[in-house]
Design a protein around this ligand. Structure first.
Ligand SMILES: CC(C)(COP(=O)(O)OP(=O)(O)OC[C@H]1O[C@@H](n2cnc3c(N)ncnc32)[C@H](O)[C@@H]1OP(=O)(O)O)[C@@H](O)C(=O)NCCC(=O)NCCS
Length: 168
């Protein structure tokens, strides 16, 4: 069973995993204390972390990483689905995530999990202290993906004794 467990103690303890998703410790420190940090636990064993930050109608996945030995087994997809459930229960309208234009596998990962590209922040990674290079591709732009959070329709009894749909 996959669960997200809130991190109450020192978030710094998870820096090495967070660095799997974001190469700059300086950048991670700029958001480390914001939002909520969860461990991704499989049968009570921690396999990864995810940091989410809510702003307005959006819940942003700021960082998600599964330990290298546990990748490719569906833990990332399960964690994303749990984040979407959380967004729904907290009333957010979208879950968004930004990743490097060089992270082709990661973009595919999100697309396979229902996300669609909706924007690009040009030159975002040019400002990083050290160039990010993946499979010979230099990262320049941040690709932003989104998924709409479907709010379940609740059935509400109307005056005529019938049921009508009402958004939660
Ligand atoms: C992206 C990540 C969280 C996915 O977690 P996961 O548990 O491997 O995800 P799933 O098992 O549900 O899906 C695996 C898919 O993710 C994709 N993927 C993206 N980056 C990957 C990576 N570094 N290693 C393995 N798979 C990766 C693969 O395309 C794989 O697809 P496949 O099954 O067709 O080979 C995980 O690979 C990871 O921690 N990567 C490094 C950190 C990172 O890039 N985070 C995202 C930054 S926004």
């Amino acid at each position: 069973m996959i669960r997200l467990t809130p991190v109450i103690a020192n978030r710094e303890l998870w820096m090495s995993l967070l660095l799997e998703a974001d190469e700059s410790e300086l950048v991670i420190r700029s958001y480390l204390d914001q939002g909520e940090l969860f461990t991704i636990d499989e049968d009570e064993v921690t396999r990864g972390v995810v940091l989410i930050i809510g702003e307005g109608v959006d819940l942003e996945i700021k960082n998600i990483a599964v330990e290298p030995a546990s990748r490719g087994r569906g833990l990332g997809a399960a964690a994303i689905n749990l984040v979407i459930d959380k967004a729904r229960s907290q009333g957010f309208r979208r879950v968004i995530v930004g990743t490097a234009d060089s992270s082709v596998g990661t973009v595919r990962f999100y697309q396979r999990n229902g996300f669609r590209i909706y924007g690009v922040r040009r030159g975002f990674f040019d400002a990083y202290p050290k160039a990010i290079v993946e499979d010979g591709l230099v990262a320049h732009d941040m690709v932003i993906l989104e998924i709409a959070v479907q709010h379940r329709k609740a059935l509400r009894r109307s005056g005529a004794g019938e049921f009508e749909e009402d958004e939660c």
